[in-house]
Design a protein around this ligand. Structure first.
Ligand code: XMP
Length: 509
């Protein structure tokens, strides 16, 4: 396995992805990682990430320099390289301005880290300080036209450094360099597969849970569904999934959930029908954050009530993913501003004295999907587009009523039907309808109408942090618009949302 030390680079997750693409397991750790922990993890190699700091700034992140003397191969990227040079006795020069953008990289050798890398290849630079003097024993292994020390190595100590970012797509041969580090330098084994993950995870869950009961909030989304199947495989009937039907779901969703989990997978799911409670809580509320708070609160109440019925439960299982926990350990990635509050069952463990089981906490979303397939979950569940916890309530702009929910539910089903028919479902991050709080004038037959407006929203994205509006074919949009207006009572106008994130967000609320 590989340890990636997080010096605060926004690209850390990308490094992890690149490593795992080669079926090598890796873990991102904070700079406070101790030598003892490294020894106990026994990694095949360590990658020091980039980061926004200068090694001269007061609070620059540092690792125990002893980590570079353990005989474990180390690759320093950008700030990681500078840290390596600085602590090994070289000189890093402070720069007033950053070098940012594409540069032409020329490796000095065609083996080791640079096997298969051509004599000239583009690389992505983004750094302030640069290397002035190499520490003893290090040699320059590559330069760019502007940066003489773009790559260095101390082969005996197995220490390597790159001033540019091999993990980003702007460095086309960067993938190859990372692969070379894994297999030419570190001698990693390709043993990180979903099959091996299932086996290990099942053993771990069995050991952690013993004969105790585990509660799980099943939402029908990919993460909680996969977590449920995995835990069920480990502890069978001791898993108690709770599904809260908040009445804010898409058409047919609750039934499909029953079919898959209760009938096909033989799980004892507890269904808490609570749509009335949610609707009455939302009565008269139009503010998006208020909606979320109310939905979060009612959810907690209903879930807790259900959970209390499971006597003697000791654990709460959650489908937490790796990106969620990386953010909380990151050296510099402190909490970002709250744009929209997302709710979960965070308060429950404390209240009910439950311990957490989070079997997906080292996985990325696409790995969770592969895991779902490995565990035999049906395709429509595994490849489901993300759906927000507060459901259709934040897509009914303005007040949420049963009538308005029902209009949007029909519209949503129709949009998804067309998207699937045209083979766009998996190409899009999300696609859905939004019911606007204004009405517009139309004409149907010879009659004037004054009805609702639907906005269609479809975006492409890889992580929801940024998103681009999808360039859906006009003909497809035309069919959707026609069908919505003709088939769904109460709508006489359809618009298409052509805004990207940022500055807009994916959802309208
Ligand atoms: P935005 O609208 O912020 O959404 O661009 C980013 C992603 O988060 C989802 N989303 C939510 N998910 N509770 C959730 O569980 C929420 O309150 C919530 N708000 C937005 C959104 O669907 C998108 O995938």
């Amino acid at each position: 396995m590989i340890i990636i030390i997080d010096f605060g680079s926004q690209y850390n997750q990308l490094i992890a992805r690149r490593v795992r693409e080669h079926k090598v397991f890796c873990q991102i750790e904070p700079p406070t990682l101790t030598v003892e922990k490294v020894k106990s993890l026994a990694p095949d190699g360590i990658i020091l990430s980039g980061g926004p700091a200068s090694i001269y700034s007061e609070n620059s992140p540092k690792i125990d320099p002893e980590l570079l003397n353990l005989g474990i191969p180390v690759l320093g990227i950008c700030y990681g390289l500078q840290f390596m040079v600085h602590t090994q006795g070289g000189k890093v020069e402070r720069a007033d301005k950053r070098e940012y953008g594409l540069a032409m990289f020329h490796p000095k050798e065609a083996a080791g880290l640079f096997e298969g890398v051509p004599e000239a290849t583009e690389c992505w630079m983004s750094h302030g300080d640069s290397i002035k003097e190499l520490p003893e024993g290090f040699v320059i292994t590559g330069s760019t036209d502007n940066t003489k020390v773009a790559a260095i190595a101390h082969k005996k100590k197995k220490l390597f450094g790159l001033q540019f970012h091999p993990e980003v797509t702007h460095t086309p041969k960067g993938k190859r360099m990372l692969k070379n580090f894994l297999f030419n330098v570190c001698d990693c084994k390709r043993n990180w597969t979903m099959k091996s993950f299932v086996k290990e995870a099942v053993d771990e869950i069995k050991e952690a849970a013993g004969d105790d009961k585990v509660i799980l909030g099943l939402s029908g989304g990919v993460d909680s569904s996969v977590a449920a199947v995995l835990i069920h495989k480990a502890i069978g009937k001791n898993l108690y999934p709770i599904f809260v039907d908040n009445g804010l779901l898409r058409k047919g969703e609750a039934d499909r959930l029953k079919e898959v989990f209760t009938q096909n997978l033989n799980m004892k799911v507890r269904y808490a029908k609570a749509s009335r409670k949610f609707l009455s809580g939302l009565k008269g509320v139009t503010d998006p954050e208020k909606k979320r708070k109310i939905i979060g609160k009612v959810f907690m109440d209903v879930f807790e009530e259900e959970a209390k019925k499971i006597k003697g439960a000791k654990f709460l299982a959650q489908g937490t993913l790796y990106p969620d926990i990386i953010e909380s350990v990151s050296a510099f990635g402190g909490p970002s501003a709250v744009i929209k509050s997302h709710h979960n069952v965070g308060g429950l463990p404390k209240k009910m004295k439950l311990k957490l089981i989070e079997p997906l906490k080292y996985l990325f979303k696409d790995e969770v999907r592969l895991l779902g397939e490995e565990l035999g979950l049906p395709g429509d569940m595994v490849w489901r587009q993300p759906f927000p916890g507060p459901g259709l309530a934040i897509r009914v702009i303005g007040e949420v009523t049963a009538k308005r929910l029902s209009i949007l539910r029909e519209v949503d089903a129709l949009i998804i039907e067309e998207i699937r028919k045209n083979d766009y479902y998996r190409k899009l991050w999300q696609s859905f309808g939004v019911l606007l709080p204004i009405k517009s004038v139309g004409v149907m037959g010879d009659q004037r109408t004054y009805e609702n407006i639907i906005a269609i929203r479809a975006v492409t994205s890889t992580d929801a942090m940024t998103a681009d509006w999808a360039r859906l074919p006009h003909d497809m949009l035309a069919v959707m618009s026609n069908r919505i207006i003709n088939e769904i009572n109460g709508v006489n106008r359809v618009v298409y949302d052509i805004s990207s994130k940022p500055p807009s967000t994916i959802e309208w609320e």
